[in-house]
Design a protein around this ligand. Structure first.
Ligand code: PLP
Length: 393
């Protein structure tokens, strides 16, 4: 049977391709170190699991409203007030099955064929595909290395057309780990307001910031920018709950209502038990979040210092998330590879280290290393990369 055009056009995930290859080599008995992980290597805190189990024992195992349990919405409202100083009402929130599906539903709700969405590069792999699945067109704007992989107001202005509907701002960023400052957001926000461009602010890594960096939501900067912004967030990365699939979108009531209509015909509601877990995540102690953040920061400091000692590798020190995004173009050249994809393949086959090539993120000179794995494994992995490069010089 012929498949629909929309799935034929989907780009296969480079992340999955390298992970599959790594698994295959592992199954052959090779000691592969995988640095591809997109999730914290910590268990979900016990009090969250207990709350979810308790809800099931108490019979909370049926459908909930499509946009989520009122009690979870209240917990999200309290979180946004406490962390961002922002006021929202329940009708401005939809809880989805992960931030990923909240984003998917958002693009389905706002895009018509040919509508353009500005996607700063390097980008999280799902943005372009989700935009295309909604018949929209991703318009890439390069976040240059010399500007810490962030885009400027001038670049944004130059990319706007009469079809521009939205822009994605992902801070802290996956894959670069960079954060936009308040001033940078203010500058971009002014352009968005002037051209009536919806701001999609993906803040999923908000809690994972380092070196004294401060996460700022663009919605905090003025009432106008709050109106113009849909915040995307969730508990996956902050509370190590990736498998629970709870994320949300917050903002303009009409957009949230349209998304809720879509959800009512697709997911019906996010899993009830997971919603009870998310309530506990927000209402309970935040100590495990901070504990995890500190562990990530300590790994980052150790590993970054070792990584930049490798010949041909440069790496701006990330301020957030749990990824390093070094430029290895020179290292690939020095070791005889014409492109970074081939270098990555050789790293896996010869150094037994699995990293993700930057090409999948729109940055072909880079690789992404996740430090959501033990320090011991990380040190071993970086050592292997170092030896691999040095031996081929
Ligand atoms: N946004 C970014 C930038 C991500 O990296 C991820 C997960 O990798 C998500 C959203 C999706 O998170 P969730 O697990 O809530 O769907």
């Amino acid at each position: 049977m012929k498949l629909a055009k929309r799935v034929q056009a989907l780009t296969p995930s480079t992340t999955l391709a390298i992970t599959a290859k790594a698994k295959e080599l592992k199954a052959q008995g090779l000691d592969i170190i995988g640095l591809g992980a997109g999730e914290p290597d910590y268990n979900t805190p016990a009090h969250i699991i207990e709350a979810a189990v308790q809800s099931m024992n108490e019979g909370q195992t049926k459908y909930t409203p499509s946009a989520g349990l009122p009690k979870l919405k209240e917990a999200i409202i309290a979180k946004l007030k406490k962390d961002q100083g922002l006021d929202y009402t329940p009708s401005e929130i939809i809880v989805g099955t992960g931030a990923k599906h909240a984003l998917y539903t958002l693009f389905q709700a706002i895009l018509d064929e040919g509508d353009e969405v500005i996607v700063p590069t390097p980008y999280w792999v799902s943005y372009p595909e989700q935009i295309k699945l909604a018949e929209g067109t991703p318009v890439y704007v390069e976040g240059k290395e010399e500007n810490q992989y962030k885009i400027t107001k001038e670049q944004l202005e130059a990319a706007i057309t009469d079809r521009t509907k939205a822009i994605i701002i992902n801070s802290p960023s996956n894959p670069t780990g960079m954060l936009y400052t308040k001033e940078e957001l203010q500058a971009l926000g002014e352009v968005c307001l002037a051209h009536d461009i919806l701001i999609v602010s993906d803040e999923i890594y908000e809690k994972l910031v380092y070196g004294g960096a401060q996460h700022v939501s663009i919605a905090q900067l003025s009432p106008q920018l709050k109106e113009q912004t849909i915040i995307i967030n969730g508990v996956s990365k902050s509370h190590s709950m990736t498998g629970w699939r709870i994320g949300y979108a917050v903002g303009n009531e009409a957009i949230i209502k349209a998304m809720t209509n879509l959800a009512s015909h697709s997911t019906s509601n996010p899993t009830t038990t997971a919603q009870y877990g998310a309530i506990a995540a927000y209402e309970g102690t935040q100590a495990p979040v901070e504990e995890m953040r500190q562990a990530f920061e300590s790994r980052l400091n150790t590993i970054h210092a070792k990584l930049v000692e490798i010949p041909g590798v440069t790496c701006i020190k990330p301020q957030g998330a749990f990824y390093l995004f070094p430029n290895v173009k020179e290292a690939a050249k020095l070791t005889g590879y014409s492109n970074v994809d081939d270098f990555v393949k050789a790293l896996l086959e010869e150094a037994l280290v699995a990293v993700i090539p930057g090409s999948g993120f729109g940055a072909p000179d880079n690789i992404r290393l996740s430090y959501a794995t033990s320090l011991e494994q990380l040190e071993k992995a970086v050592e292997r990369i170092h030896t691999f490069v040095t031996n081929k010089l």
